[in-house]
Design a protein around this ligand. Structure first.
Ligand code: C2E
Ligand code: MG
Ligand code: MG
Length: 710
């Protein structure tokens, strides 16, 4: 037989046979089981297979798992200890291999089946004893001694507590089991009345029925009843009371059979608690949260809101300080959140991991939700003593209101999740409100991101080129390659998709493609215009930090250069200022290797970040491309003196550092004049030409045979 197993999260399997074996050991000796060792093996093996299947199937077959619980009782596992060990054993062994919600559902169903069968069995036992009592009465003439002896034996040895009283309720006899249960001796029982054992929880109807019984109108009663033990503790029992008549048919005695079900009740309570609470923090779990959310939403008029909270950087706490410190932190924060918000009637639950959720009911409007979020954030920010140190953590919160965020619980939670992500993305330690427009824009972005790989595959990208012009003599000395996406409505600019491609990693193959296109095109121009006497051109290609970090980037560049035959010294790679400044360690090494090949490195959009120019000294950088805003201030009718002075300073400093300076976004002749005066080396912008297709660049190269533009 092939082993039935549950796929483990690590790819392994728990197999039924091993599970059955260890389960057998766990329950050994807990009950007086009538099965032989091998019969027991077969039984547990079968049950294990069914439980494993139940953990795995998409739709849980609860009835089958309950039946498995009943089968345990059928095999005489009739002690609560058997169930207790079973649950504990299965719980610990299956936990690493099962989804927690499913595991709890399976174990609960097993326990419910077990408890139900046990109850049924006890009931039968009681009824059997009652019948023997009746028998004793009925056969009084025929076989009086024999049946009385039988009754006496049953009475004395029954594990069920039995008390016999007169019609007046005075107790005549009790068995050992009843004494044990109540903590009274037989002498202490004798002479007391059934009616002394009233409990505040008793249903008054029960005592009325007792009256009817002693009046001979009812033969048999069965109900649940609580008692006080001698030590004041509580007994939860199932009680069966039968009327015994004398040979003349007159009511004579009442026999009460009391079964202590306190353990079973306690177990049921514990299981219920386990099923509804998170074991680590003791907070209600996600199942309870969803139940309560559904219930709140069931009232169409109710204002319902959700505050979804996730700790910032919790993983780092776990990784650096250990899981026990992480657990302690979660416990403390759970307690605090509950103490802060619980008293106002908000439900605080743990969703899992470092996620908590607050259900805000009753008048949850924007202000109320904001208040709840602020209090939650404040609560989290207070230092936590864990693992012998004070930790300070923050959280991010996503807020949604019913209606705005959706109608169903699932929609609301998806919206809360999205909003939480915004709060994280906007810098953490803050709250964000769900905003439908932003959500739609996100969806659009995701849709675009999802289309990009296909677009690359189908050749929908094109490269345009923008002249780079030497200001001294207005000659085009190079071009910058700029990628576009050809869509049915026209060309889409890179700002709409390059950031998405960076996020998804597609920028790596896309960037490689652009680089190859640009080098190939450059070789083509060179071949075409050799006769035109055009001087050596260079191509400048934008690269993202993500590409530079990708292992093997230098090899990719080298390969493209050798495949296309374009010389390294005629290639310039542009990285944005922020990317370069974030470049430390390995990537910096990559830039050095590229520089060593002869490739020039340009810092793009310089002036948009906050870098210290002097720091550039230590970087393998050759060119500074001044961002648009630097340049735009210098070209107005009334020159902005400060802007000009700043620009002059930057150009001078760059030259001191041995860097060549290119001005971007050159749009006017005045700017050209100004930049030329300041000694800026190259210019790029609409004044010369926008980015255009290769044929147009060819024309420019041909026009002025010297490649003069502008
Ligand atoms: P960038 O590298 O700074 O490119 C210059 C941008 O300025 C281009 O926008 C260009 O069309 C625009 N521009 C040129 N002249 C003027 C002007 O006179 N005035 C103004 N206002 N703008 C001018 P584009 O093509 O939309 O590119 C935007 C950015 O996308 C580029 O900025 C670059 O960072 C990125 N990008 C473009 N192609 C690639 C690529 O192949 N790979 C990567 N990683 N990024 C790319
Ligand atoms: Mg650029
Ligand atoms: Mg730029």
């Amino acid at each position: 037989m092939t082993p039935v197993g549950v796929p483990d999260r690590s790819g392994g399997h728990v197999d039924a046979e091993a599970l059955a074996r260890s389960w057998g050991q766990a329950v050994r000796g807990t009950s007086h089981v009538a099965l032989s060792r091998s019969e027991l093996d077969v039984l547990l093996r079968g049950l294990s297979e069914r439980l494993l299947r139940a953990l795995r199937t998409p739709e849980l077959d609860r009835a089958d798992v309950m039946a498995a619980g009943r089968e345990l009782v059928g095999a005489h596992f009739t002690e609560i200890a058997s169930l207790d060990r079973t649950l504990e054993h299965l719980g610990t062994h299956l936990q690493p291999h099962a989804e927690p919600g499913r595991l709890i559902a399976v174990l609960s169903a097993l326990a419910v089946g077990f408890a139900g069968a046990l109850q049924e069995r006890t009931r039968h036992e009681l009824e059997r004893i009652t019948v023997s009592a009746f028998d004793a009465r009925a056969s009084v003439e025929r076989e009086r001694w024999n049946s009385e002896a039988r009754f006496a034996a049953v009475f004395a040895e029954s594990p069920v507590g039995i008390g016999v009283g007169g019609i007046d309720g005075v107790i005549i006899d009790v068995n050992k089991a009843l004494c044990r249960m109540f903590g009274f001796t037989a002498e202490e029982f004798a002479g007391r009345s059934f009616y002394d054992f009233v409990h505040p929880d008793d249903d008054p109807a029960v005592w009325e029925q007792m009256q009817q019984m002693v009046a001979g109108q009812i033969e048999y009663l069965r109900f649940d009843k609580s008692y006080f033990r001698a030590d004041g503790g509580r007994i939860s029992s199932q009680l069966v009371i039968s009327l015994i008549r004398d040979p003349g048919g007159e009511p004579r005695y009442v026999v009460a059979m009391v079964e202590d079900v306190s353990d079973r009740r306690a177990l049921e309570d514990r299981l219920r608690h386990q099923a509804e609470h998170d074991p680590l923090t003791g907070l209600p779990n996600r199942a309870v949260f969803f139940e309560r959310l559904d219930a709140a939403l069931a009232d169409p008029a109710a204002a319902v809101g959700v505050c979804f909270l996730d700790l910032d950087g919790f993983k780092a706490v776990n990784d650096t300080l250990g899981h026990s410190v992480g657990d302690e932190l979660l416990r403390v924060l759970a307690r605090r959140l509950d103490a802060e918000l619980g008293p106002d009637g908000h439900l605080v639950a743990r969703m899992g991991g470092d996620e908590f959720v607050v259900l805000v009911h009753d008048g949850a409007d924007r202000d109320v939700l904001t208040g709840v979020a602020e209090r939650a954030l404040e609560t989290v920010r207070r230092p936590v003593r864990a693992g012998g140190r004070d930790l300070t953590v923050t959280a991010s919160v996503g807020l949604v209101e019913r209606g705005d965020g959706g109608a169903s619980a699932a929609e609301l939670m998806t919206a809360a999740d999205t909003t939480l992500y915004w709060a994280k993305n906007d810098g953490r330690n803050r709250r964000a409100f769900f905003d439908r427009e932003r959500h739609l824009a996100d969806i659009e972005r995701f849709a675009v991101a999802a289309r990009l790989p296909d677009a690359l595959e189908r050749g929908e990208f094109v490269v345009e080129y923008q002249p780079l012009v030497r200001l001294e003599d207005s000659r085009m000395t190079g071009v910058e390659a700029l990628v576009r996406w050809r869509r049915p409505g026209g060309l889409v600019g890179p700002d709409a998709f390059v950031p998405l491609a960076e996020e998804s990693g597609l920028i790596v193959p896309l960037g490689r493609w652009v680089l190859e296109q640009a080098c190939r095109q450059a070789v083509r121009w060179q071949d075409e215009h050799r006769a035109d006497g055009v001087g050596p051109m260079f191509v400048s290609v934008n690269v993202s930090a993500r590409q530079v970090r990708e292992p093997g980037f230098v090899a990719v560049v080298e390969k493209i250069l050798s495949a296309t035959g374009w010389p390294a010294r005629s290639l310039q790679l542009e990285l944005t200022e922020t990317d370069v400044m974030a470049t430390t360690g390995e990537p910096l090494h990559v830039l050095r290797e590229l520089a060593a090949l002869g490739v020039r490195i340009a810092i793009d959009d310089f002036g948009t970040g906050y870098s210290n120019l002097a720091y550039l000294r230590d970087l393998p950088v050759h060119v500074l491309k001044l961002a648009g805003p630097f340049v735009s201030g210098t070209g107005g009718a009334e020159p902005d003196d400060v802007a000009v002075a700043v620009l002059a300073h930057v150009v001078r400093l760059a030259h001191t550092l041995g860097l060549s300076v290119t001005a971007e976004h050159v749009e006017t002749a005045r700017q050209v004049e100004q930049l030329r005066t300041l000694g800026c080396d190259l210019g790029q912008g609409w004044h010369f030409s926008p980015a255009t297709d290769p044929a147009r660049i060819s024309e420019m190269l041909r026009a002025g045979s010297a490649g003069r533009v502008g």
